[in-house]
Design a protein around this ligand. Structure first.
Ligand code: KE4
Length: 431
């Protein structure tokens, strides 16, 4: 396998674009090496500019739940694009997607479309602050809610991957309103609630943390947050940008029977095109301009291409709910194989997983928070990542990311992945 063209393109890109990428984690900085430049993708496979083929476990960081170039979405976009790409005016497509979301996600009354998960989360925080007339928020160490200033405090994903302790450009006055607790630690939350009583607008949480690797909520954690919010008039925001429409048709709100005040969405909701959304209780959502004064806007929000792509994908998921059981089976098949491979060689490891998201930590201890995630062996992860890439398996280039299983993954693909893992571990141990 060679990456000649990718290497040339990466050199050119680095002259033109900071780090050569339009989103940091794609640069492979944590694992080193040249990121393959992708030319095309279909189903479970990526094809790079040097003709290499990969089985894809990144899936655009979540959106491609049905695999790449999913026919119904492709056809819908091809049809819609002939009617122009954007009007900047209301369309029936926005109504259809909003109705589809409310059909799938229980206990939300309204939804506003935006262009990214970041926009959705920053809008949710602004709504919470506008609704409560309070400024502070509680987030969790290692969780990532996009790159708005308020969230870049002890954040996960690329911020953790690049080990950026304090993000330059985030005013200390803004960071001061962001309080941080360890994930799964209700006692730490109670300490913040007592210390800052009457000042907290919202608690925002990933219901399954996917940006410090995959870290599951301990029993009672989410329910405990929800109860504290209900008791203390704090807005409970569940960030489902990653888990929405993935853990179940109704996401974590359905799977964990939550009753969030606000939920943010992204990734799958756009079918691979730029869409985010914030949804929730009418009394809060109605504060959004023009029905209220909490201002939020976007030139391309709700544009027809993104709407038809998201609507088509969500309808497919909604009308074919057997997909979710199949995704869980594929994921379990993969995990069973990896456990066997690592176990045979006495490689300490944890593979937290739920639905069709998982991650691999090379550590002997269960991972319930960012400190534990950070204690896993980075060096072994890097070696494993590259050994797998060379065998045509495309994993997230950071231990602080989740793997995503797509419906396009076949038994043969899973078997090939497990075989590649076995060969990779043998290769590493023989060094
Ligand atoms: P975007 O602005 O990237 O669409 O969404 C931000 C966001 C918000 N909330 C959660 C739970 C998220 O996972 C994300 C984005 N996830 C990362 C992957 N870990 C995006 C990948 C990237 O930054 O390139």
């Amino acid at each position: 396998m060679h990456l000649h063209k990718s290497k040339q393109l990466f050199a050119r890109a680095q002259q033109l674009i900071p780090g050569g990428v339009n989103s940091p984690v794609r640069a492979f900085k944590h694992v080193g090496g040249i990121p393959p430049f992708i030319a095309s993708a279909k189903g479970a496979y990526l094809y790079d500019v040097d003709g290499n083929t990969y089985i894809d476990y990144v899936n655009s960081w979540g959106p491609m739940i049905m695999g790449h170039a999913y026919e119904p979405v492709v056809r819908a976009i091809q049809e819609q694009v002939q009617h122009s790409t954007s009007y900047g005016a209301p369309t029936e497509l926005e109504v259809l997607l909003a109705e589809q979301i409310l059909r799938m996600v229980p206990r939300i009354d309204q939804v506003r479309m935006v262009n990214s998960g970041t926009e959705a989360c920053m809008t949710a925080i602004r709504l919470a602050r506008g609704f409560t007339d309070k400024n502070k928020i509680i987030k969790f160490e290692g969780c990532y809610h996009g790159h708005a200033d308020s969230f870049l405090v002890q954040a996960g994903s690329g911020v953790a991957t690049l080990e950026i302790q304090e993000v330059p450009g985030v005013p200390s006055s803004v960071a001061a309103d962001t309080l941080v607790a360890p994930y799964n630690n209700l006692q730490a939350v109670d300490t913040l609630l007592e210390t800052y009583a009457g000042e907290i607008a919202a608690i925002i949480v990933e219901p399954v943390a996917g940006n410090m690797g995959c870290v599951l909520p301990l029993p009672g954690f989410l329910e405990g947050l929800q109860q504290r919010c209900q008791e203390q008039g704090i807005v409970f925001i569940v960030d489902e940008v990653m888990t929405g429409f993935r853990l179940a048709p109704g996401g974590a709100q359905e799977r964990f029977q939550l009753d969030a005040d606000l939920i943010t969405f992204g990734k799958i909701i756009g079918g691979g095109l730029p869409v985010g959304a914030v949804g929730g209780k009418r009394e809060i959502m109605s504060l959004l301009a023009p029905s209220g004064k909490v201002y939020q806007a976007g030139t391309l929000s709700g544009n027809p291409l993104a709407m038809i792509a998201g609507y088509t994908l969500l309808r497919e998921l909604d009308l074919n709910r057997h997909i979710y059981e199949a995704l869980e089976q594929k994921t379990q098949q993969l995990i069973d194989g990896l456990n066997t491979v690592f176990g045979k060689k006495a490689i300490v490891h944890q593979i937290p997983h739920i639905g069709s998201m998982l991650s691999v930590f090379f550590t002997e201890y269960p991972v319930h928070d960012f400190v534990a995630a950070s204690a896993a062996s980075n060096e072994l992860f890097k070696q494993f990542f590259h050994a797998m890439l060379e065998k045509g398996i495309y994993l997230p280039p950071s231990p602080f990311e989740s793997w995503f299983v797509s419906y396009a993954l076949s038994d043969e693909d899973i078997a090939k992945t497990i075989k590649a893992a076995e060969e990779s571990i043998e290769q590493i141990l023989s060094r």
